[in-house]
Design a protein around this ligand. Structure first.
Ligand code: ATP
Ligand code: MG
Length: 243
């Protein structure tokens, strides 16, 4: 196996001191792959993404990206390191136009901003057609595409995506997930949290299952499809490795 681009090793983190939500959680992302994180509500999936993105203090373990220690990274330094984060909620500015949203995402691109905006509009023609409209008028799927376009604006090597298909129709969810897949063909690596488990397992390369803030099982996504243990973890009947 090639060297991981992202490694979170034995991460312990939470929102309040001495009250860890994640305990000793480890995940790795291989370059150019989609690594999926699934687990029941409240499992700690978003918390893990936030810990990687430097939004929460990490009290144990460490996180490396492209061979560098990024544990406790300042969130405003993420894009300089080549990481973009698409949050689970509030990931666009609804009262601004599509173009204004992208302007914000491109604010550090300097003289390259116009060219990059053009490339993003080539990639997302539906957004180009509506660029003067308020982002709040977009469909749910288009809003997620705008959030992904904003993430891509910084030219990331890794995108952290937290439930990009939440609340979308099955068709729109499939489009968003297929777009994520297409990004990996260009060398972008993705750490993807999803609740559309079956859809996501068909697209992802590797999958980690979390429950109650701990690793449960992980493996190649195709091996976890139709796996009985996966269903049992969701139904709450099974905990692997929990104290
Ligand atoms: N801002 C916060 N302050 C304190 N506790 C929080 C905060 N956000 C989440 N938690 C707690 O952390 C735990 C894990 O939440 P998290 O949002 O990481 O779960 P999740 O796996 O992303 O769930 P979901 O599938 O519902 O998005 C939950 O017990 C939750 O109540
Ligand atoms: Mg979440």
């Amino acid at each position: 196996m090639s060297e991981a681009i992202l490694e979170a090793y034995a991460v312990t983190a939470g929102y309040v001191p001495d009250l860890p939500i994640l305990r000793d959680v480890s995940v790795t992302v291989q370059p150019g792959q989609i690594t999926l994180i699934i687990g029941p509500n409240g499992a700690g999936k978003s918390t893990l993404i936030k810990a990687i993105a430097g939004l929460l203090p990490v009290s144990g373990g460490h996180i490396t990206f492209a061979g560098r220690d990024i544990t406790g990274i300042r969130t405003d330094q993420l894009s300089a390191h080549g990481i973009a984060y698409v949050p689970q909620t509030d990931n666009i500015f609804r009262s601004l136009t599509i173009r204004q949203n992208l302007d914000l995402a491109l604010r550090r691109a300097g003289s390259e901003a116009a060219a990059r905006m053009g490339l993003l509009f080539d990639q997302f023609p539906a957004l180009a057609a509506k660029q003067r409209d308020k982002a709040g008028t977009l469909s749910g799927g288009q809003r997620q595409f705008l959030a992904i376009a904003m993430a891509l604006a910084t030219g990331p090597r890794l995108i952290l995506m937290d439930e990009p298909s939440a609340g979308l129709s099955p068709k729109a969810a499939q489009e968003v997930l297929e777009h994520a897949r297409a990004l990996t063909a260009r060398g972008v690596s993705i750490l993807l949290v999803e609740q559309n488990v079956n859809q996501a397992l068909r697209l992802a390369d590797h999958c980690f299952i979390l429950a109650e803030g701990r690793n449960q099982i992980d493996g190649p996504a195709e091996d976890l499809r139709d796996n009985k243990v996966v269903g049992e973890i969701y139904l709450g009947n099974r905990r692997v490795g929990a104290a």
